[in-house]
Ligand binder design. Structure first.
Ligand SMILES: Cc1cc2nc3c(=O)[nH]c(=O)nc-3n(C[C@H](O)[C@H](O)[C@H](O)COP(=O)(O)OP(=O)(O)OC[C@H]3O[C@@H](n4cnc5c(N)ncnc54)[C@H](O)[C@@H]3O)c2cc1C
Length: 292
């Protein structure tokens, strides 16, 4: 199928872009890398009168370190992140996750902001942002809003963004001493959307684990955390009984949505495997965990 006819605008300034968005309301769509939007237009799932191309707006581009914060412009591509030394140093979770996103051609075009705005519960960046406790910076003609990631994803492909708002950047606290991160996902083939995935962060000090954030991919209708499993880990020694207990708690806590190939029970099982792998990767001397 072909996309319906639409008008096209390519503003050069953020203010011009926000003005177009405010004027046209729901009749307009923002075009970032087009890796999701163009498919929905071609399938006529979306029929906007106007596409506002964001490629010309320099204020939305670039990765920068601002104090203890890594700022990722919304138009930064998946490949930019995958190959950035700044990201590798300050947000290694993102470097680990990037190669799991689709294939090279899509990573060259797809953007961080587009992925966050789309809010796909099976996508990698929303879960990473959740694990890293990021902030989404949004702008409209009404001003700027900073939204904590825990409040951003509100339902299936639904976010806290208002129709006249644009994500301009996302901000992450930089990796700190004793911070552990882990990204892992199970997919049928490399590059496919994950059946289940886990982006995890924690602090490990004197073998005690704390500040755990477990962000799940492909489990709920949004990228989601598992607070009871996190609680089962916080303040505990990082050892085999703790891991076993946390996996047990997790499996009783989550109720994964089945998909075309995996049942709820299979996904619950796989989520436990991923949690065990993450925790074990933070215990380099340990090779096996029995009973999880
Ligand atoms: C074959 C295929 C496989 C894929 N596999 C994966 C995968 O494994 N994992 C994964 O995570 N993704 C995958 N994707 C999606 C891809 O990562 C996209 O890059 C991602 O969904 C974002 O798309 P985009 O940046 O191109 O945004 P677009 O497609 O241009 O936009 C997506 C939506 O977000 C809105 N939007 C975009 N930017 C902003 C902004 N700054 N502010 C507000 N709204 C905005 C748009 O209006 C639109 O509604 C796949 C895509 C394809 C085609």
């Amino acid at each position: 199928m072909k996309a319906p006819a639409f008008s096209y605008a390519r503003p050069r300034q953020l203010h011009e872009m926000l003005t177009l968005l405010a004027q046209h309301g729901d009749e307009a769509r923002l075009l970032a890398g087009g890796q999701t939007l163009l498919a929905t237009l071609n399938m006529r799932l979306s029929e906007p009168a106007l596409l506002i191309d964001m490629q010309g707006v320099n204020e939305l581009k670039g990765l920068s370190l601002e104090g203890n914060t890594l700022r990722i412009g919304s138009m930064v591509t998946h490949t930019d992140i995958e190959t950035s030394a700044l990201v590798a140093k300050h947000a290694p979770l993102l470097t680990a996750a990037a190669p799991h996103i689709a294939h090279r051609a899509i990573r060259n075009m797809g953007t961080f902001g587009g992925s966050i705005a789309y809010g796909d519960p099976a996508a990698e960046w929303p879960a990473c942002l959740l694990a890293l406790n990021g902030v989404i910076v949004v702008r409209s003609l009404r001003g700027e809003r900073r939204i904590a990631v825990d409040d951003f994803f509100t339902g299936l492909y639904t976010t806290d963004l208002a129709p006249d708002e644009v994500i301009v950047a996302c901000e992450l606290p930089v990796a700190f001493a004793n911070q552990k991160t882990s990204f892992n996902e199970l997919a049928r083939r490399h590059g496919d959307y994950a059946v289940v995935g886990l982006a995890a962060t924690a602090m490990v000090t004197d073998n005690t684990i704390s500040a755990v954030r477990l962000a799940w991919i492909g489990v709920g209708s949004t990228p989601m955390r598992s607070p009871r499993a996190e609680q089962a880990l916080n303040g505990q020694p990082l050892n085999v009984p703790t891991v076993t207990q946390a996996v047990e708690v997790l499996r009783s806590e989550i109720a994964p949505l089945p998909d075309l190939t995996h049942s709820e029970a299979a996904k619950r099982q796989l989520a436990g495997v991923l949690l065990k792998r993450a925790l074990m990767s933070w215990m380099p001397s340990l090779n096996t965990v029995k009973g999880a």
